[in-house]
Design a protein around this ligand. Structure first.
Ligand code: NFS
Length: 641
């Protein structure tokens, strides 16, 4: 087997990996190899660097030190680290939400280059915040919504207002357990305090704060990001788009926007249509200006404008390897510092744009909402200049673009399922109740060079849909699914089980729904709430035959998402385990005992097919508890056989 085939299932990635090997340019996969064997203490969660009496490491076999210098044991050490990771992941999403709220506020006050694109959603979100939209003029209402959203960050007492969008039983449970988040920033600060030397040494208490902090992300920061972006940039609706490295065009000026916050990329997309800039690009010898995205920024602009995605997390270095990227902009999250050295092998200009994410020696063009269009034009001008330095003999864009359909929101699922006249989740719930649809599973999260790129995501999704499970997908998982045509309704339809096929046909949905970026996992929470409210599937999210899987995860954000899913009643499966296996009490709590508390728990399974069958067994158990009919075609087939 060609070594590149072990690293990725994507032929375009393989081509660029082969090129990198030939040119002796290291990539994440090579750096991982050089790092092996990775530290076992770290993997098991047994290393603590939180104070300067350490670093301490606890012996997993009980032969050496069993506690750190302060006396913290394995469970305390591992639990403190998980809580810190949850706080970091939640901060990433929530700070993104805050940026969006600030942008909405500025727009409402008449500053900057943005406008309100979805007034209907503005009115809807106003109601969630308890603001009566009746008779209010758009700008005044937007200002009230932005201020209410910003208030959620500094809230000290009470609870986050969006918790009310969860089923009542769940809200009550959160209150009883003392894990209803008070304010987004407050939970993060409390989490960090709790993990300081000499504070919390009770892993259950630390995990309760993990859930509270994570809920402040899922039902707070992430949900604010999603809702306010819909207001500002428009709510996505299903559209045709394309993905893969071939989104980079050899004959055009290429700007690849990488990161997470769509505030800048929205403007770059707009500026790329500027006649003056287009004329300049022509003058420089290019056929036009091509914008493509990477990671979650890609999903944001793909869902709203159909701008192609060059790829997911592990494509960032491979995109540069095409030799055709004139500028790559990065904002926040998931960009690798390795890009700096790599871009120096080519003519590519790397540009950092956020005052929170810089790199020594890398060109920095700081983005501020009030001069958004100006900054976007500056970046495009830089790309045109950079294009002039391109070395045509170094350009090699592999593969072809793959078509996909993306842009499903919780609201759109409503509309789609119930038709134009009576929006409702009834057909979805009915499909589950009558045994055509086994359940709904979110397949989400990152890529990780420890796993062959895209292998686990796509094998898992195929197995799930073949077993009548409707899949919703987001983030890098969605892009991986798109690359193997799983987001082409016709292709996925053929792979789907008979019951799922019937549902898809009846309501006109594909078997795999792309719901957006990782912050848009909040759409999945809302969809689950809607299913409970529709009736017939129990009183709480934990009653539903649903699950979440992150088969190739790597980031701290993924841990936060996992914990808010579990705290919301959705059991999750992760490919690689959390770094807790050296902590027996914490492992038992996370994988079992937490279920008695919130009705959901964690599992770890690296093999995608085995994982799919564990998930299916879980859905079956939930169906049985609800006393739902057996799966329609399984009984018929069994009778026939
Ligand atoms: Ni999610 Fe998006 Fe991808 Fe993982 Fe990174 S891009 S926010 S963290 S790697 S899915």
């Amino acid at each position: 087997m060609n070594p590149a085939e072990k690293r990725s299932i994507d032929p375009a990635s393989q081509a660029m990996l082969t090129r990198a090997a030939k040119e002796k340019v290291p990539t994440a996969w090579d750096r991982l190899e050089a790092m092996r064997p990775q530290c076992g203490f770290g993997q098991l969660g047994l290393c603590c660097t939180f104070c300067e009496m350490g670093p301490c490491r606890v012996d997993p076999f009980g032969e050496g030190a069993v506690v750190g210098v302060c006396g913290a044991d394995a469970d305390t050490i591992a639990a403190r680290q998980i809580l810190r990771k949850v706080a970091v992941g939640g901060s990433a999403h929530s700070d993104h939400g805050r940026t969006t709220a600030m942008t909405l506020l500025q727009t409402a006050e008449g500053h900057g280059d943005y406008s309100i694109k979805d007034e209907k959603k503005l009115r809807q979100v106003a109601r969630y915040f308890g603001i009566d939209p009746e008779g209010k003029e758009t700008r005044a209402l937007a200002k009230a919504v932005a201020q209410a959203a910003l208030g959620q960050f500094g809230n000290q007492e009470g609870e986050l207002i969006f918790l009310k969008r969860a089923p009542e039983t769940r809200q009550k449970l959160w209150r009883e357990l003392g894990i209803a988040p008070r304010g987004i920033d407050r939970e993060v600060v409390t989490a960090l305090h709790q993990t300081h030397m000499g504070v919390d040494a009770d892993y259950v208490s630390l995990m309760k704060q993990s859930m509270r902090t994570a809920l402040a992300d899922g039902w707070g920061g992430s949900m604010i990001a999603t809702d306010l972006q819909d207001i500002l940039f428009g709510s996505p609706e299903p559209l045709r788009a394309k993905t893969n490295l071939a989104a980079i065009k050899a004959d055009k000026v290429n700007i690849v926007v990488h990161g997470h916050e769509p505030v800048l990329s929205e403007m770059i997309a707009e500026a790329s249509r500027d006649q003056e800039l287009l004329a300049k690009a022509k003058e420089a010898g290019a056929e036009g200006i091509q914008i493509s995205g990477l990671c979650c920024t890609a999903n944001e602009i793909l869902m709203r404008h159909g701008i192609p995605s060059a790829g997911s997390f592990l494509h960032q270095e491979l995109a540069v390897m095409t030799g055709a990227v004139d500028v790559m902009t990065v904002d926040v999250q998931c960009w690798m510092p390795a890009l700096k050295d790599l871009t120096e092998h080519f003519h590519t200009r790397l540009v950092t744009t956020s005052n929170r994410a810089k790199q020594l020696g890398t060109h920095h063009i700081e983005f501020h909402e009030e001069h958004a269009l100006e900054t976007a034009k500056e970046i495009i001008n830089l790309a045109i200049e950079s294009f002039k330095n391109r070395q045509p003999d170094r350009v090699e864009v592999p593969g072809v673009e793959v078509d996909m359909i993306a842009g499903f929101t919780a609201e759109y699922i409503y509309k789609m399922l119930g038709g134009r006249f009576r929006p409702s989740y009834r057909p979805l719930n009915n499909g589950i109740m009558e045994g055509r649809l086994r359940g709904v599973v979110g397949v989400v999260g990152c890529e990780n060079p420890r796993v062959c790129q895209g292998y686990a995501h796509t094998e898992l999704i195929r197995e799930l849909i073949a077993n009548d499970v409707l899949v919703v997908t987001s983030g890098c998982s969605a892009t991986a699914a798109a690359r193997v045509k799983l987001l082409q309704p016709e292709t996925a339809f053929q792979m789907a089980g008979r019951g799922l096929q019937e549902i898809c046909e009846a309501v006109g949905i594909p078997p795999v729904l792309h719901v957006g970026a990782c912050v848009d996992n909040s759409r999945i929470l809302i969809a689950c709430s809607n299913m409970v409210l529709e009736g017939g599937l129990g009183n709480d999210i934990s009653d539903l035959p649903v699950a979440g899987v992150a088969p190739e995860w790597m980031s701290e954000k993924a841990i936060t998402i996992g914990w808010y899913a579990v705290a919301s009643g959705i059991s999750v499966w992760f490919g690689d385990p959390l770094p807790i296996l050296g902590a027996p009490g914490l492992t038992q709590f996370t994988t079992h005992d937490v279920d008695k508390m919130v009705g959901a728990h964690w599992s770890f399974e690296a093999d995608p097919i085995r994982c799919a069958h564990q998930v299916i067994a879980h859905l079956n158990a939930k169906r049985e508890a609800l006393k739902l009919r057996p799966m329609m075609y399984e009984t018929q087939d069994a009778a026939a056989g």
